[in-house]
Design a protein around this ligand. Structure first.
Ligand code: ADP
Ligand code: MG
Length: 143
């Protein structure tokens, strides 16, 4: 299995609850390398663009209001099998259904405010990484 990249976002609830450090620690303890990381505040339109595939869903308005409600921390993670391993680490979308020990089970309040985003396929990871990070911010740190 080749080394792969995924996009993670620590969502505004994670930042507001002062959980950046705890979640980054858990990510690093699970052998993901941080390739790039920053703090940004999405506009409403920026959040809509990121979640374009969900436009028209009943939760789209609440989701994009929430994602633009405060700072978030996008980061690019690298690991063998990063996309699916990160989805395993964060757990199910609804924290009530997430496995014990996952980020969402540990910290999330609800399906709408669930602490963290993770790309769902290598193809989408590429698109989502490019949404936040220009090539110049994707330096090879771990060679
Ligand atoms: P995931 O983030 O696990 O990939 P989805 O891509 O299906 O989940 O949805 C994107 C985000 O939209 C979720 O993380 C969650 O914050 C929100 N969301 C999804 N489904 C619902 C729902 N039924 N009610 C409220 N919020 C939802
Ligand atoms: Mg998704």
């Amino acid at each position: 299995m080749a080394v792969e990249r995924t996009l993670a976002i620590l969502k505004p609830d994670c930042v507001r609850k002062d959980l950046i450090g705890a979640v980054v620690k858990q990510i690093q303890e699970n052998e993901f390398k941080i390739v790039s990381l920053k703090m940004v505040r999405l506009s409403k339109e920026g959040a809509e663009g990121f979640y374009e595939v969900h436009r028209g869903r009943p939760f789209f308005e609440d989701l994009t209001v929430f994602m633009s409600s405060g700072a978030c921390v996008p980061m690019v993670l690298e690991k063998e099998n990063a996309v699916s391993d990160f989805r395993k680490l964060i757990g199910a979308t609804d924290p009530a259904e997430a496995e014990h020990g996952t980020v969402r089970k540990l910290y999330a309040d609800s399906k709408g405010e669930n602490i963290v985003h993770g790309s769902d396929s290598p193809e989408n990871a590429g698109i989502e990484i490019a949404y936040f990070f220009p090539i110049s911010e994707l330096v090879q740190m771990h060679k």
